[in-house]
Design a protein around this ligand. Structure first.
Ligand SMILES: Nc1nc2c(ncn2[C@@H]2O[C@H](COP(=O)(O)OP(=O)(O)OP(=O)(O)O)[C@@H](O)[C@H]2O)c(=O)[nH]1
Length: 357
């Protein structure tokens, strides 16, 4: 964004003494013109109030302008500003201060919403008013015509300055709107990325327990078994299910069954390390994948899992199978799952909380 408040309008528009001189040159505004304008200073000062009053009578007759001005206080303020403006035209000083004032007029017109067509019609009205006043009070019509020539150049000079600031102000608004749109787009992008991430996470989880689901376990095993094989590290998979879960559902009710599954989720999360992968495989079957872990350590994990489970649920047992693959020879994920499932079934044939390795 353009930071404007620490620069004057002259600086913002890069208008220097040299630039002012060049603009006057373009319009053929010379010392002769200055002298012509100065020659009428006294006359204009004497009749200024009549000129300004006549100007605003004409201006307020136009409905759009009357609406823009709005109230009598504003009209009074405009009256005194226009008075100063007209006197300035005949003052003989068309220097950097004069230019700065004209630039500010452009800013004000943009701010209050005076469109170029209204501004230009006001300039025309002013010029006609000055022309009429000079013709009314001066005998020498040739002189009047010369003075009006000088006025013409000066009004062109002023108008270019007013339009420079007007356009600059418009550009600043466009920049601001562009910044706003860009920020909004960035914000949206961030939100979409966040939602996409959330959806992706949801698609990998089991809603009841919050554990990973079977699909994400397969993805995980494909990836991690390759890593383990590359680094020649042992990898274990614990596979277990609840004994007689159907009966539990039937006798205690489905919601009690759900609660038991949730408790298994808690117990599993409690015994998992950061790198482990706790998963609800489906129904009452669960897995815990343990990278960089041998059978002995996996068995210890099973015992801790049983403890955690017992602390939460009574009169329910688990059957647990554990297999290791690596560190030299590795089976693929499907084979690992099949072997672990077979071990779990082996455990089923014994009484509760049996661990088969
Ligand atoms: N409450 C509840 N029950 C479920 C859910 N998902 C599956 N089940 C039930 O889990 C039971 C699993 O039964 P089975 O596969 O026969 O196993 P089991 O009764 O534990 O028998 P064994 O495995 O031989 O000990 C079925 O009755 C399913 O309806 C669930 O999300 N909530």
């Amino acid at each position: 964004m353009i930071q404007t408040t620490n620069k004057t309008l002259l600086e913002q528009l890069q208008i220097t003494e040299l630039e002012i001189a060049r603009r006057k040159e373009f319009l053929g505004f010379s010392e002769d013109d200055v002298a012509l304008l100065l020659s009428c200073k006294e006359l204009i000062t004497r009749h200024i109030d009549a000129i300004v009053t006549e100007f605003y009578e004409k201006q307020t007759a136009i409905e759009e302008i009357a609406l823009l001005i709005g109230d009598s206080d504003t009209l009074a303020r405009l009256h005194s500003a226009q008075r100063a403006y007209i006197l300035g035209l005949f003052d003989g000083y068309y220097d950097i201060e004069y230019v700065n004032n004209r630039l500010r007029i452009g800013m004000v017109h943009k701010r209050i919403g005076v469109e170029p067509k209204l501004y230009l019609s006001a300039v025309k009205t002013l010029k006609d008013g000055i022309d009429a006043a000079l013709n009314r009070y001066l005998e020498d019509k040739e002189h009047v015509s010369k003075v009006m020539g000088a006025i013409d150049k000066l009004l062109y000079f002023d108008t270019t300055l007013v339009f420079d600031t007007y356009i600059r102000s418009l550009l600043a608004e466009v920049e601001l709107a562009k910044d706003k749109v860009q920020n909004y787009a960035k914000e949206l992008e961030g939100k979409v990325a966040e939602r996409t991430h959330q959806l992706h996470e949801l698609s990998r989880r089991d809603p009841l327990t919050g554990l990973y689901n079977q699909r994400s376990l397969r993805d995980y095993l494909r990836r991690e078994l390759m890593v383990a094989s590359r680094h020649k590290r042992p990898f274990c998979l614990i596979y277990f299910d609840v004994d007689a879960f159907k009966q539990i559902n039937d006798t205690r009710g489905h919601s009690s069954g759900d609660e038991i599954l949730r408790m298994i989720g808690e117990a599993l999360l409690n015994v998992s390390r950061e790198s482990d992968f706790p998963c609800r495989y489906g129904g009452d079957e669960f897995c815990l994948a343990l990278p960089e872990c041998n059978l002995a350590n996996a068995e210890l994990t099973c015992k801790r899992l049983i403890e955690q489970f017992k602390a939460r649920v009574s009169s329910v047992t688990l059957s647990i199978g554990v297999v290791q693959t690596g560190p030299e020879e590795f089976v693929d994920p499907e084979e690992l799952l099949r072997l672990a499932d077979a071990k779990m079934y082996e455990a089923k044939s014994h009484a509760g909380f049996k661990i088969c390795t």
